[in-house]
Design a protein around this ligand. Sequence first.
Ligand code: SAM
Length: 231
Amino acid sequence: MGLEERRRRLAEELKRLGFIRSEKVYRAFLRVPRELFVPEEYRDLAYEDRPLPIGHGQTISAPSIVAYMMELLDPEPGMKALEVGAGSGYAAAVLAEIVAPSDAPRSSWGHVYAVERIPELAELARRNLEAAGYADRVTVVVGDGSRGLPEYAPYDRILVSAAAPQVPRPLVEQLAPGGRMVIPVGDYWGQTLTVIVKDATGSVRVARDIEVLFVPLIGEYAWRVPEGYII
Ligand code: SAM
């Protein structure tokens, strides 16, 4: 079976299981070639619903969790979004396919900024996004995303793809009025997917969703790594 057919079957399965609920997320899953975001040796597993190693102790998340987070995030075409934890670049590409759909006029496109703390992974994300045709819709920046990315703030949507001990304050500050953030919050052994909504007046509402397991968000406003340790 060809990769395109496998991609379609996975999207159908995620829909049947309820991870994909909207047409926009479904279409993005049909369009973004996950095989270009997984290491060569795992290409055959690209359309299995599982996380895969991408090097440096990090993973590309399972498609079902990316779909579920995207539905909670509810991005719209034309929006400016931030992803913290770019990793392979896959989730940023899915997000870009929603805020800047391939078949929409470029003048209507939104943009995704993706921060990654490991420079080699940021480079990997850039290469993968280029190969998949998303280089002009996603800007990858190396840095500590627990501080957000103030130079392009505020953001209509913020997706945090690593687990924080609490919601980093700069991310709440960089959320636009009417904005929404999805972030796993908890300890190393388990977290709750948390949705933060900022209303037009700037008031913030917090809702807790399902239990998840993510790699840690390491940074000034997240997990601090003791000096001498390398993660
Ligand atoms: N979204 C990615 C994808 O589609 O491949 C997977 C993300 S992976 C589960 C989490 C990523 O967060 C890792 O690449 C890790 O290096 C990164 N990370 C951890 N702490 C970070 C921080 N403070 N700022 C930016 N990236 C961070």
